[in-house]
Write a protein that binds this ligand. Structure first.
Ligand SMILES: Nc1ncnc2c1ncn2[C@@H]1O[C@H](COP(=O)(O)OP(=O)(O)OP(=O)(O)O)[C@@H](O)[C@H]1O
Length: 365
């Protein structure tokens, strides 16, 4: 079962460069959250702060009752054991094959026998669609496979909190969807609290229960996905539609004159890029049939009902519709026995095909 992560008034600077200030949010236990934001807004810095790799100068990060900015290094060491982290490039050891890479945390942090380790490693390789690639070195496989190996390694110590830094970077849209499905399935299986840092619009629209966004050194918002996905906030709308029109520019700041100039170009018929005005909410991905029921769904329903009155009206009506659909769905799909598994877990056929493709693209360079 995942644990809650409560961040309050967090501020981080490097020298005179302030990255973000007064960031407050709570990652609800066992739910999947995403932190979005244009490049350079400090998403990775936030993620590294949560695990104590970077030290914000103000605020608190309370994990399982311990403020990691105040605790001793021994306590921090213990808290870190709750985490599994997938870094952008998988952060694999180049000289070890995939099996040894995934086995590494078990050999380093547990006293398990090699046969116990084998069982766990093969289970995680299966979950990430990498069975058969155990002997390969990281340099011999594609970026997508490296990412999945990094994910397998992040899972071996049964983490309660999983941090994922840009799972889509370097991946095509189809592989991004596969890895998104894997994250949802992992959440269903181990009920871990998951935070995904990304600027991928599809992932943001379909994967998380909660979404936040960093922009101009502030947390613009954080809450149930419906709040951000129905937001009229210009920066949020621009980000979700990927257009040049709006406050986000090529560099972090865009001034009024630049915005007026770009608007004039569009008024004169220039294409502003992006998808034309994608509005509203697309359905959230569900766990693959046969996986355990995502416990987070029911907990989130309960939680969102509680805070409903505090949310903007357009988010409230979207949530009402979705809650009605979700309760119908769970009755239709699971009948009266919510624990029943209908289909064997882990269909990795898609991954195997993806591997074949990745192998071809690797060989062609
Ligand atoms: N260790 C560090 N020392 C100094 N500055 C740093 C350090 N780490 C990050 N930064 C700066 O913090 C800012 C935010 O970087 P970060 O990598 O968190 O952005 P991001 O939102 O994750 O970007 P992207 O989406 O492009 O990965 C950048 O200006 C970066 O140069």
């Amino acid at each position: 079962m995942g644990v809650e992560v409560a961040v309050e008034g967090l501020t981080k600077s490097f020298g005179s460069q302030n990255i973000w200030q007064d960031v407050s949010l709570t990652l609800p236990r066992g739910e999947v959250s995403a932190l979005l934001g244009p490049s350079g807004t400090g998403k990775s810095v936030f993620l590294k702060s949560l695990i104590g790799l970077l030290r914000p100068e103000r605020g608190s990060i309370v994990i399982d009752g311990t403020d990691i900015l105040q605790c001793s290094s021994k306590e921090l060491y213990e808290i870190r054991k709750l985490f599994g982290v997938l870094f952008q490039d998988g952060a694999l050891f180049g000289s070890m094959n995939l099996y040894d890479n995934v086995a590494f945390p078990l050999r380093e942090h547990t006293k398990k026998s090699e046969s116990e380790i084998r069982k766990i490693v093969m289970e995680k390789l299966d979950l990430t669609g990498l069975v058969g690639a155990e002997e390969k070195l990281p340099g011999e496989i594609s970026g997508g496979m490296r990412k999945r190996a990094g994910l397998a390694r992040a899972l071996v110590l049964d983490p309660q909190i999983i941090l994922v830094d840009e799972p889509d970077s370097g991946l095509d849209p189809v592989r991004t969807t596969y890895i998104s499905q894997t994250l949802i399935d992992i959440n269903a299986e181990i009920d871990a609290t998951i935070l995904i840092v990304s600027h991928n619009i599809n992932l943001a629209r379909t994967v998380p229960d909660n979404i936040g966004m960093l922009f101009r050194r502030q947390l613009v918002m954080f809450g149930p996905r419906e709040v951000l996905l129905t937001s009229e906030e210009p920066v949020v709308k621009q980000f979700l539609n990927g257009t040049m029109i709006g406050p986000i520019g090529m560099s972090e700041e865009k001034d009024e004159a630049q915005m007026a100039y770009e608007q004039a170009l569009v008024d004169a018929g220039h294409h502003a890029g992006g998808v034309d005005d994608v509005e509203g909410i697309v359905p959230q991905m569900k766990a693959t049939p046969g996986m355990p029921v995502r416990q987070a769904v029911a907990r989130r329903q309960e939680r969102v009902r509680h805070i409903m009155h505090t949310l903007p009206p357009q988010a409230q009506s979207a949530i009402s519709e979705i809650l009605a659909e979700e309760s119908n769905d769970s009755q239709d799909f699971y009948g009266s026995d919510q624990d029943t598994q209908v289909i064997p877990a882990y269909g990795t056929a898609g991954f195997e095909q993806a591997d074949a493709y990745e192998h071809i693209t690797d060989e062609r360079g």
